[in-house]
Design a binder for this molecule. Sequence first.
Ligand code: ZN
Length: 167
Amino acid sequence: MVVDTIRDGVVVSMAYTLTVDGEEVSRADANDPLEYLHGAENIVPGLEAALEGKRPGDKLRVTVPPEDAYGEYDEEDIDEFDLDEIPGAENLEPGMVVEVEDEDGYIYVGTVQEVTEDTVLVDFNPPLAGKTLTFDVEVLGLREASEDELEHGHPHSLDDFYGDDEE
Ligand code: ZN
């Protein structure tokens, strides 16, 4: 069956530019497109909803508010750590990404906000929390997802990108 519109279970190939506050944050060009599995939350909800029913060749600009993207910025989601709790702390600089393990062994990824003599402030908000995202998208191609892809919830053309720990 030929897939001609975007719906759940379809692998979408697209070129896009993501702009935030007037600056380009990321892009995929037509010669190296992004693929995602529609309906599997591979992309932010606001963009996924806007692409529903679109066809190859369609171009669209989608403005996605924070609540349909990475959520509002949460001032409470910043924690202070003693430097000796963080491996490699002597090299920390603002903007660096660090992993912090809690007492239950969960790993949290955050961004260093400030380093003092013996403490570090780590911001656990997603980097684009609180931001309105503008996507310029061109739908390039569609295909039916394979059984494996549906089971994993991501396209298998891009395992490096989505990370495959289930095989
Ligand atoms: Zn997989």
